[in-house]
Ligand binder design. Structure first.
Ligand code: ZN
Ligand code: ZN
Length: 399
């Protein structure tokens, strides 16, 4: 380090060096940075009353080219330790206001700026997502799927004061059998404008460097408001209708109802499949083939019967892999084939297929609870029975 070229701030020299004159200090700095002299030797040579750890700290700071963004003063920097010169952890700082050239600076100016920036963001978010800016969807226009999804979402995430949907609650409450479906439901309701971002959502939910702030947001971090209305209902009454949709409306549309039932049954099967694959160490993410196979099986079997096929098939494939030494991938692939074959044989040979009860580690999701209990009124038969239009019609007749 060329000491001559550094613009030192002599008046800020630390105690313990103040007694030395400038040329002595320049020699000392030169000895420290540009020779192999030991620090202890230097202390002795210059008769310093300092411990080795105090020496560098007592060096005068130097002027940098950087100017303080708040007051234009030239920022200073402490001299580095020669042991770790590359770590310039001592950031430039302003001698006037104390601002440090770092992201985490907490000087008065930075705190003030942060405050006003947050205030601006808050205003922008509130303006962008103000309720006056958009129209609400009429309750009568919601499809059964809309209603089912919204009901499950409300049950899983409605705030204590019943005003906002808080996805943060999904950490404890299970909305759908799989995380994939959970995300799909949120996106579906957002796209259909059935739920809207709440203007008081936390600032952290909007990435600052996102394009056209604050129109981009994290779907699990914002809060939502229900964007549905019915002129004849007040908020409380409307909420009741949305949270507890009428079974009759669903059962009166058996075709549509069956599609929903099958979709949830499919998701419950996938959930169990992923769970079992994971349990034996098979890496797996369901693709088209899986969807086809499970969809086909659901025509003849209940979710709980397919859970049984899964259990057996995973166990066999795992054992086969261990004994024959095929790859993990081959082992995992053979599971789907196994499930398919077992299903086909069960039909051909008229097996009495065992039902599996719900796995203790995979509790029912809100979606399944709304559909099986409140709408189909089947309870655990929701996953124990083969989804069928007849069952739906029977239930309708009994209403
Ligand atoms: Zn400053
Ligand atoms: Zn600062």
């Amino acid at each position: 380090m060329n000491i001559e070229n550094i613009e030192l701030r002599w008046n800020l020299i630390g105690n313990g060096l103040k007694e030395l004159n400038r040329s002595k200090i320049l020699n000392l700095l030169n000895d420290y940075y540009n020779t192999d002299k030991k620090l202890k030797g230097i202390i002795k040579e210059y008769q310093l009353n300092l411990k080795p750890t105090q020496v560098v700290k007592a060096f005068p700071p130097f002027m940098t080219e950087l100017k303080c963004p708040y007051d234009g003063a030239r920022m200073l920097q402490k001299l580095p330790s020669r042991t770790f010169p590359e770590i310039m952890t001592r950031k430039e700082y302003c001698p006037k206001c104390g601002h440090k050239n770092m992201e985490m600076c907490r000087c008065d100016n930075c705190i003030e700026e942060e405050k006003s920036k947050r205030k601006k963001c808050r205003e922008l978010i509130e303006r962008t997502y103000s309720q006056e800016n958009h129209e609400k969807i009429l309750l009568s226009l919601l499809s059964l799927k809309d209603r089912l999804y919204l009901s499950a979402l409300l049950r899983a995430t409605l705030s204590e004061d019943a005003k906002e949907i808080k996805p943060i609650k999904l950490k404890e409450n299970k909305l759908a059998p799989t995380k994939e479906m959970e995300k799909d439901i949120l996106n579906y309701l957002i796209d259909r404008q059935i739920i809207k971002v709440a203007p008081d959502s936390p600032l952290e939910a909007f990435p600052e460097d996102g394009p056209n702030y604050p129109n981009t947001y994290y779907i699990y971090k914002v809060n939502y408001l229900i964007n549905v209305q019915d002129e004849n209902l007040d908020h409380e009454e409307l909420l009741k209708r949305l949270e507890y949709p009428s079974a009759e409306e669903f059962l009166s549309a058996p075709e549509e109802c069956l599609i929903l039932w099958k979709e949830i049954a499919y998701q419950e099967v996938i959930e169990f499949l992923i769970y079992r694959m994971d349990a034996v160490g098979f890496k797996f993410s369901p693709g088209k083939k899986t969807r086809l196979v499970i969809g086909q099986l659901l025509k003849n079997f209940s979710a709980s019967q397919i859970w049984y096929f899964i259990y057996i098939s995973v166990a066999y494939s795992y054992q086969w892999r261990r004994e024959s030494g095929v790859s993990w991938k081959q082992g995992a692939n053979s599971v789907i084939t196994g499930i398919e074959t077992r299903g086909q044989r069960a039909i051909a040979e008229e097996w009495e297929v065992k039902s599996f009860s719900r796995n203790f580690n995979l509790p029912a999701s809100q979606l399944a609870l709304v559909l099986y209990n409140s709408i189909l009124q089947l309870g655990s038969n929701g996953y124990m029975k083969v989804p069928s239009k007849e069952i739906i019609q029977e239930k309708l007749e009994k209403l």
